[in-house]
Design a protein around this ligand. Structure first.
Ligand code: NAP
Length: 202
């Protein structure tokens, strides 16, 4: 969709071959430029290499979408420390580092958009549903969204978007968990259209 509107799309993936394949599909379907770069959001050095590579390729980032995330099983008392580390690095530190890598240039140019892909499970009002590291990192991502929105100047909008249930690999994997089976039995499977939570509009 973005590519169709004339934007150069940067597809940042930790799996270059898969990224190239998806870029090819996007170009074939919509035309336009799709630039593929390697990025592991959980690694601050990788974020920095990605930013440097984009500068060297002459790509200016006006819109940053923080989409990558992991949803790992486990509760406060039983998740292992590696799981906590991965979730915090991917779901919270990654967006934080990406914001620091790309938003200063947006501020200098006076224009930018940041979309943090969050979740209803990160909502205190919604009861912080789901696995513990997922819900608390998404709640913290909402916090990062609000803090960033308070601190930027110029025509820069910072939002968190909560897509609702979408049948992706993350969801399919989660369905193997007993908790999810119960939830789906109670509430049914509800693929629903994306919603943007107005509470975190800048
Ligand atoms: N699906 C839903 O119902 C739903 C609901 C609410 C919110 N969301 C949010 O929507 C976003 C997309 O989720 P999804 O459902 O599409 O999940 P998904 O199918 O599991 O996709 C997650 C993506 O994140 C990437 N990723 C994970 N760790 C990464 C890392 N360290 N560096 C770079 N990329 C990394 C994965 O890359 P690889 O392919 O390399 O593993 C994968 O492409 C997430 O923020 C999720 O929390 C989804």
């Amino acid at each position: 969709m973005l590519s169709k509107q004339g934007l150069t799309v940067v597809l940042a993936s930790r799996q270059l071959a898969a990224g190239e394949e998806t870029a090819h599909d996007i170009s074939a379907a919509e035309g336009g430029d799709v630039v593929v770069v390697e990025l592991d959001v959980s690694d601050v050095e990788s974020v920095s290499r990605c930013a440097t590579e984009l500068v060297s390729r002459g790509v200016r980032v006006d819109v940053l979408v923080n989409n990558a995330a992991v949803c790992l099983d486990g509760g406060v008392l039983d998740i292992d420390s590696a799981g906590v580390d991965t979730a915090v690095r991917t779901n919270l530190a990654g967006p934080f580092w990406l914001v620091r890598a790309f938003v200063p240039a947006m501020v200098r140019s006076g224009y930018g958009r940041v979309v943090n892909v969050s979740s209803g499970w990160g909502s205190f009002a919604g009861g912080l549903g789901g696995p513990v590291t997922y819900s608390i990192t998404k709640a913290a991502l909402n916090g990062l969204t609000v803090k960033l929105a308070q601190q930027v100047t110029g025509d820069i909008k910072v939002n968190a978007a909560c897509p609702g249930w979408v049948r992706t690999r993350m969801v399919v994997l989660m369905l193997h968990g007993a908790w999810n089976k119960v939830q789906i039995r109670l509430f049914g499977w509800r693929p629903c259209p994306p919603t943007v939570h107005p509470a975190v509009f800048s």
